[in-house]
Design a protein. Structure first.
Length: 460
């Protein structure tokens, strides 16, 4: 018996020394493939879909995915900054395993890649082989699967891969064909698209529409477009540069004062506001779905994901809506990358989930179920996307319309203060629409506010 206990003490001591040795060189003990694990996710909006989460957990019964939705600016700003700072200070793992980063913040985080796991150094394990994901794929290997301009939004300025793209926003024009017909305008989608080859023509079409409204309708702010402010973002996203210019440095060159595209988009938006074509119905407010249903406006600049929102909020208008090409052609609004913070505890499990969740097969599922347009190139050739016609939108070939628009876009360099600058110009246009300032005074005030903005004055 004494020998038995002595043997146990020797084994215990040996195990302790082995564990100490492993920890001292920074290698985590291997985890059993079927050991319980919880992947924590910080997200916003509907980036993470419950149906696919359930599918993954069915495929991997040992995995629990716990995701929390936050306000976009909270999670991509305050919370992620705090999380990264804490890890850099303590080097103590903790916090979320996955964070969704929206394109408005991509410039900020691409300039701080040390806050994230470099996915070039990760490899898919064999746990997803049966579900269609090859083992041994690094972030570099995945690049060819995605639209080039979307992939770039998840590449750090040191060339590390910090995120994998979710869906793309796409941007086309959703319009009420019945209201167009009542206003004496063409109502067939190809003919409608030809009404506005330029944004000036779009505004002119709006004026013709408004001219056909009754005095009573005008008194209730019935108009052509829901919110003219959406024109500003749409125009800027059709270019190749916004507030920054790629000059070969991580930070880029600030050009918000000199890029003519910004003033052009501002002036066009102000022109639309002054022309009376806007119902001044802000998107995602309580009044917006009411306007969809009662015909307060006939046009929405709609990203692909917004088509599902229109269906949900205005189900009785089925067949009255259609989709036409956006002025100039090609557009995008929104887009997200899934990232793994540097301090994540379950990096391998997080990477395996992300690569499955964002693979072409799953992105195709999300398109079919939720109208989220894929960022995976293979999906554009799949008949389920390329030939898809939406009954709600008068059988519009939304797969082809949005797909063709996506393929026209090129990467835009997003700088570290992108979100702050966007919000400043948005606020400036809001003052114009509310008649609080003239366009000229608001433009001057916006530039003055930016010259004092903390993000810009901190050297970013």
């Amino acid at each position: 018996m004494a020998k038995f206990f002595a043997k146990k003490r020797v084994l215990a001591a040996t195990s302790a020394l082995a564990l100490l040795s492993v920890l001292s060189i920074g290698i985590e003990p291997a985890r059993s493939a079927d050991a319980p694990v919880k992947i924590t996710v910080w997200s916003f909006g509907d980036v993470i879909q419950r149906d696919l989460v359930r599918q993954y957990q069915t495929l991997h019964p040992n995995v629990t995915i716990e995701y929390t939705k936050y306000n976009l600016d909270d999670v991509n700003g305050t919370k992620l900054i705090t999380q990264c700072s804490a890890y850099k200070l303590t080097k103590k793992p903790g916090g979320p395993d996955i964070v969704a980063v929206e394109v408005a913040y991509s410039g900020k985080w691409r300039a701080t890649p040390s806050c994230f796991q470099d996915l070039r150094k990760m490899n898919t394990s064999d746990t997803n082989v049966a579900a269609g994901v090859k083992a041994g794929l690094s972030g570099s290997d995945l690049k060819a699967d995605y639209l080039p301009w979307r992939w770039e939004q998840g590449v750090g300025y040191d060339d590390s891969v910090i995120g994998i793209p979710t869906d793309v926003g796409g941007l086309e024009v959703a319009y009420r064909s019945d209201l167009f017909k009542a206003a004496g305008l063409p109502s067939e989608r190809v003919a409608v698209g030809k009404l506005w080859p330029t944004w000036d023509k779009f505004i002119e079409t709006g004026k013709k529409y408004v001219a056909k409204l009754t005095a009573a309708q005008k008194k209730k702010n019935f108009a052509f477009i829901d919110d003219a402010g959406s024109i500003y973002t749409a125009m800027l996203n059709q270019g190749t540069a916004k507030y920054y210019e790629n000059n070969g440095t991580d930070a880029g060159k600030l050009v918000y004062k000199t890029n003519p595209a910004i003033k052009k988009a501002w002036d066009a938006t102000v022109k639309a506001m002054d022309s009376g074509i806007s119902s001044k119905t802000a998107q995602f407010t309580a009044d917006w779905p009411v306007g969809m249903n009662n015909g307060k406006f006939a046009v929405i600049l709609s990203p692909a994901w917004m088509t599902e929102y229109i269906k949900a909020q205005a189900p009785t208008t089925k067949g009255k809506w259609d989709i036409a090409e956006i002025p100039v052609g090609g557009g995008n609004q929104g887009g997200t990358q899934l990232t793994i913070p540097a301090g994540a505890v379950n990096k391998q499990e997080a990477y395996d989930f992300m690569t499955w969740y964002l693979a072409p097969a799953q992105q195709l599922q999300m398109f079919k179920k939720f109208g989220l347009f894929p960022s995976t190139l293979a999906s554009y050739k799949d008949p389920a996307v390329a030939d898809y016609k939406d009954p709600f939108f008068n059988n519009a070939p939304v797969g082809k319309i949005y797909g063709d628009g996506m393929l026209k876009l090129k990467p835009i360099f997003e700088g570290t203060c992108q979100r702050a600058i966007d919000m400043a110009f948005g606020a400036g246009l809001g003052r114009v629409q509310a008649k609080k300032q003239t366009a000229a005074a608001s433009w001057t005030a916006t530039l003055a506010a930016l010259s004092k903005d903390k993000c810009l004055t901190s050297g970013n």
